[in-house]
Design a protein around this ligand. Structure first.
Ligand SMILES: Nc1ccn([C@@H]2O[C@H](COP(=O)(O)O)[C@@H](O)[C@H]2O)c(=O)n1
Ligand SMILES: C[C@@]1(CO)OP(=O)(O)OP(=O)(O)OC[C@H]1O
Length: 160
């Protein structure tokens, strides 16, 4: 068995006085995401998808939100930590497809920067990473701009 897939999901609340960081990109906006770390929902979903692909549980198991080391953490560090956990077990990422559900702001202008960060952290080419933005058609808490949700799917392969 040389390939595995993983799926990840995350949601964080939008509040005033926080930065909006998605895919490691600081996106100018009136509100930002609340969390113990930098609350980068996209990177958390990708991290969970990677861990899920190799049955390593989830982000909270490896990087608990009760641990002061992760207070205000850069989620790129956590993502690279997950990639290292996979590498230790002989797995590497192949490609990622992810969706961000955000009523605002428009994310398409920031997609290339997010893709570049994720590709660098996963050690894969930029054309193996796809990040999409969707509104929630103004429906529910996402549509009311109370939160941003991320969904991700990854493929991983056994090294060697
Ligand atoms: N936060 C977002 C939301 C959407 N986009 C772009 O707009 C297109 C249409 O979105 P709908 O939710 O109305 O289907 C979508 O395909 C994205 O290209 C965006 O950039 N950022
Ligand atoms: C990243 C961690 C750790 O700082 O905290 P949060 O930023 O709150 O994010 P979440 O997606 O709720 O869970 C994972 C946590 O372990």
């Amino acid at each position: 068995m040389n390939f595995r897939i993983g799926q990840g999901y995350d949601v964080h609340k939008l509040v005033e006085g926080r930065k909006l960081i998605l895919g490691g990109v600081d996106i100018p906006h009136v509100t930002g995401l609340l969390g113990h770390s930098d609350a980068d929902a996209l990177l958390h979903a990708i991290t969970d998808a990677l861990l899920g692909a190799v049955a390593l549980g989830d982000i909270g198991r490896h990087f608990p939100d009760t641990d002061p080391r992760y207070k205000g953490a850069d989620s790129r560090v956590l993502l690279r930590g997950a990639v290292a956990l996979l590498a230790d077990r002989g797995w590497r990422p192949v490609n990622v497809d992810a969706t961000l559900i955000a009523q605002q702001p428009k994310l398409a202008p920031h997609a290339a920067a997010m893709v570049a960060n994720v590709a660098a952290d996963l050690g894969i080419a930029v054309d193996a990473v796809n990040i999409k933005g969707k509104t929630n058609e103004r429906l529910g808490y996402l549509g009311r701009e109370e939160a941003i949700e991320a969904q991700a799917v990854v493929l991983v392969e056994r090294v060697g």
